[in-house]
Design a protein around this ligand. Sequence first.
Ligand SMILES: C[S@@+](CC[C@H](N)C(=O)[O-])C[C@H]1O[C@@H](n2cnc3c(N)ncnc32)[C@H](O)[C@@H]1O
Length: 234
Amino acid sequence: MAKADVPREFDRVARSYELLTGLNPGYRRHLRLSAARLEVPPGGEMLDLCCGTGASTRAILSEHPQVRVTAADASSGMLAEAARRLPDGRVRLLRADAMDPRASGIEGPFDAILMAYGIRNMSDPDRCLENLLGLLKPGGAICFHEYSVTDSSRARATWNAVSLGVIIPGGFLTSGTTRIYRYLRRSVLEFDGVGAFEARLRRAGFTDVRTEPMDGWQRGIVHSFLGRRPEASA
Ligand SMILES: C[S@@+](CC[C@H](N)C(=O)[O-])C[C@H]1O[C@@H](n2cnc3c(N)ncnc32)[C@H](O)[C@@H]1O
C-alpha cells in the first residue's frame, strides 16, 4: 500500500478503531505518558498531528488541562469519530495532510506538537520534519510517539508475534478487513531504528533529541522520541 493511501484505509476501520485500541493494554496510558513528556506552558497552543479518532488528543487534554489544541488528520472517517469523542470548544479539528500542514491553513507557531503513530506513514519523513520544525515556536517541544523495532531482534520477534497473533485477527474481527493492519505490521518492520530516527531528527534541525521508553509488552517497541526547535533559529 502506498503511504498516500493510508488515510483512505483508516476511513474503512474508523468506526471500530477505538474498540480495537481499547483492547490493547497500555495504548491510552502510553499516549498520556508521551503527552506528559512534552513541556507546555499553561495556556499554550498544541498541535496533535494524525489525531485519528482523538485518543492522542484526549491524552493531551488530560495531561495539559490549560492548553488549546489543534487536532488534524487526513481521514474524514477518523475525524468524524474524533468529533464525537472530544469535548466541545477545547479542540479545533481539521482535515489536513501531515506532510504539509500549512497547505491546510495550520500556521502555528505551536508551543508543542504530538505526532502519535504518524511519522511512519509519511511518504517523505524528512520533508515532513522540516515542515514541523517550522511550525514550532523557538524552544518549542515535539514528541513522536512511535513504534521502532529495527535495532532489536527481540523487539522484532515480539512485534511479529503481537501483530500476527493479536492485531491482525483482532482487526478482522472488529472491522472485517485486515489490509490496514497488515500494512501496520510491515510499516513498523520497515521504519527507522531508534538510532536512525534520532539521527534523522538531528539532521532536520531538532535539538535536545532523546528517546524515552514505555512499559508492558510495548517496552523496546513503542517509544517517545523527543526534541525541540532550537531557541537560536528564531
Ligand atoms: C494509527 S492512527 C493514530 C491516531 C491517534 N494519533 C492515536 O494515537 O490513536 C494514524 C492516523 O494517521 C492518519 N494519517 C496517515 N497519513 C496521514 C497524512 N499524510 N496526513 C494526515 N493524517 C494521516 C490516519 O488517517 C490515522 O488516523
